[in-house]
Design a protein. Structure first.
Length: 407
């Protein structure tokens, strides 16, 4: 049964929200101020028709929008959309009782996303290769994706060809594509151990398509050229399936903020360092100690740190969730940068709050965990400066940010 509602605000996941006599309802692909008809569920409604469109509604740029779950907000004008992302950060801070200046959101799309995960072997259409339908395990077959770097978008036929080879194993697969400097780096996950004939086909396929590397669950199967990534002026040989920022422009902007905050530091620590996105840049001006739980990334950083012109860099494998650097260990650093996963760095933040570190730069992909950890740092005597949202996850409700704390 259809129900008419007025969309009053935008939810944190990019759904329009309407308050009705029977409770709040979330409606995807709507905008504040719109009058729409929906089919009502318990807390969610399915959009049927837009009766009064918002003046901020624009034409989506992709024909898959509304079916593919990758994008939620292609229908919203850029200015208002970016302002909403700033509000997500400001609201997260406010919920923790933190008053801080939040800068305007910086769009950081550059040429587009340089990483993507394509899925296959799921749902009814097991041969479909693409992204998941929103709130579903079904896959929508992707013909193009405007948020990807054109070089990565052009890799879709390769993803489909790989899926045809791999689906013979009868299991769902995830194809992790990374656009490296000298070609595509692909890590296959999901199928388990492959039969020898399938492995042989993959090796031949990699050579035919001149793929930089193809790995299975992180173990290289075929490599034409070592896939590399340029961090500042330092070339890093990538481990399979590494963590990288979503766009090259996003990485550059975050790094610029971190480097500026570290000015004058004599000794720095990079926590959750990955392949050294910040550490290798910081090493142009100060010695750096780096820590991360991912052994292959630490090995890649150790190798790259031998590049000429860098100050000493150490790289250690350490689970900072279970074994954070304690206040006594932090005495040797006057600057710390951390860029934890989405869950934040609760244990490490508690130790930083007890430390005497003069300045901390905190990069985050989750405003809520950042705000929680910021409250801990502020409680320990730090002052939070300007928080800068960086939008490298275009058309999604996700927002990157960086904030600088001073004792």
């Amino acid at each position: 049964m259809s129900e008419e509602v007025r969309i009053e605000s935008m939810g944190r996941q990019g759904d329009g929200m309407a308050d009705t006599p029977s409770g709040r309802v979330h409606v995807a692909y709507t905008l504040p101020g719109e009058r729409v008809t929906i089919t009502r569920g318990v807390e969610r409604g399915t959009l049927e028709k837009i009766l009064e469109p918002s003046v901020e509604r624009i034409t989506p740029v992709c024909r898959h929008f509304g079916v593919c779950g990758g994008c939620a907000l292609q229908h919203w004008a850029a200015e208002t959309y970016l302002a909403w992302k700033r509000e997500l950060v400001a609201d997260a801070l406010a919920r923790e009782g933190i008053s801080a200046e939040v800068a305007a959101t910086i769009p950081a799309y550059g040429a587009g996303r340089t990483r993507a995960v394509f899925h296959a072997g799921r749902g009814e259409k097991r041969d479909a290769v693409g992204f998941a339908i929103r709130r579903s395990h079904e896959i929508v077959a992707i013909e193009e994706c405007p948020v990807l770097d054109p070089k990565l978008e052009a890799a879709l036929p390769i993803a489909r060809d790989l899926a045809r080879i791999l689906l013979a194993a009868g299991k769902p697969i995830d194809l992790h594509f990374t656009l490296a400097e000298r070609g595509l780096d692909i890590d296959i996950r999901g199928p388990g151990k492959l039969a020898k004939p399938i492995e042989s086909k993959l090796v031949s396929f990699a050579a035919e398509k001149k793929l930089s590397r193809v790995s299975l669950h992180g173990a290289p199967l075929a490599q034409l050229l070592p896939p590399t990534h340029l961090v500042g002026d330092v070339r890093v040989i990538l481990p399979p399936g590494p963590f990288l920022q979503a766009t090259a422009e996003g990485e550059r902007l975050l790094a610029e903020t971190v480097i500026a905050a570290a000015h004058g530091a004599k000794s720095a620590a990079d926590l959750f360092c990955g392949i050294g996105t910040f550490a290798l840049r910081l090493a142009s001006q100060t010695k750096v100690a780096s820590f991360d739980s991912h052994e292959p990334s630490i090995a890649a950083l150790q190798a790259a740190s031998k590049a000429p012109g860098l100050k000493p860099v150490t790289a250690s494998v350490r689970d900072l969730f279970r074994w954070p650097l304690v206040a006594d260990e932090l005495k040797k650093f006057d600057f710390v940068v951390l860029d934890p996963p989405r869950q934040g760095a609760e244990a490490q933040a508690r130790e930083l709050a007890r430390s005497k570190v003069k300045k901390i730069a905190y990069a985050s992909c989750d405003a809520d965990s950042f705000a929680r950890d910021a409250k801990t740092l502020i409680g320990g005597g730090y002052k939070l400066g300007v928080v800068t949202p960086v939008d490298q996850f275009r058309y999604s409700p996700h927002v990157e940010l960086v904030g600088v704390f001073r004792r």
